[in-house]
Design a protein around this ligand. Structure first.
Ligand code: AMP
Ligand code: ZN
Length: 139
């Protein structure tokens, strides 16, 4: 398959490896948002996080957890932003599931998850409307 991260997983394209096990690989992002920005991939191809099985995503996150602790400790980070862009609408550019681990440092000027998007009108923040959304998601 013509997939950049499959090629990194197989070693066909080199990467700056941080950690690896049989099913996962963590490597430095080539365009880091902060010092130590790391990308974690499952070696098995899936296009996006939402297309993985719950079991495989649980294994992926267990691996992410270990790598994130290693990064936090060894780079003396003050915090971490951990997340994944799912599909183009969310900014995904490489269509192979990956989790970003972005070390955060006091005063780095970055925002929280809340700075990603702010698209709700006042009406959409109303409790009645939120209850409708709750029902829509749960149906
Ligand atoms: P996303 O925008 O969530 O799809 O993230 C893709 C990430 O992969 C970006 O942060 C890129 O900088 C990174 N990236 C692209 N090509 C490479 C590469 N060859 N080695 C390491 N990271 C890469
Ligand atoms: Zn792939």
């Amino acid at each position: 398959m013509d997939c950049l991260f499959c090629k990194i997983a197989s070693g066909e394209i080199p990467s700056l490896k941080i950690e690896e096990d049989g099913k996962h690989l963590a490597f430095l992002d080539i365009h880091p948002c902060s010092k130590g920005h790391t990308v974690v991939i499952p070696k098995k191809h899936s296009a996006a996080f939402a297309e993985m099985s719950e079991r495989e995503s649980a294994e992926l996150f267990a691996f992410v957890n270990g790598v994130s602790k290693q990064i936090y400790k060894n780079l003396n980070a003050d915090g971490l932003s951990i997340g994944t862009n799912v599909y183009e609408a969310a900014g995904q550019t490489v269509m192979h599931t990956h989790i970003h681990i972005i070390p955060r440092y006091n005063g780095d000027g970055g925002g929280s998850m809340h700075s990603i998007v702010s698209s709700c009108s006042a009406e959409e923040k109303d409790m009645k409307y939120l209850a409708q959304i709750q029902n829509q998601i749960r149906k």
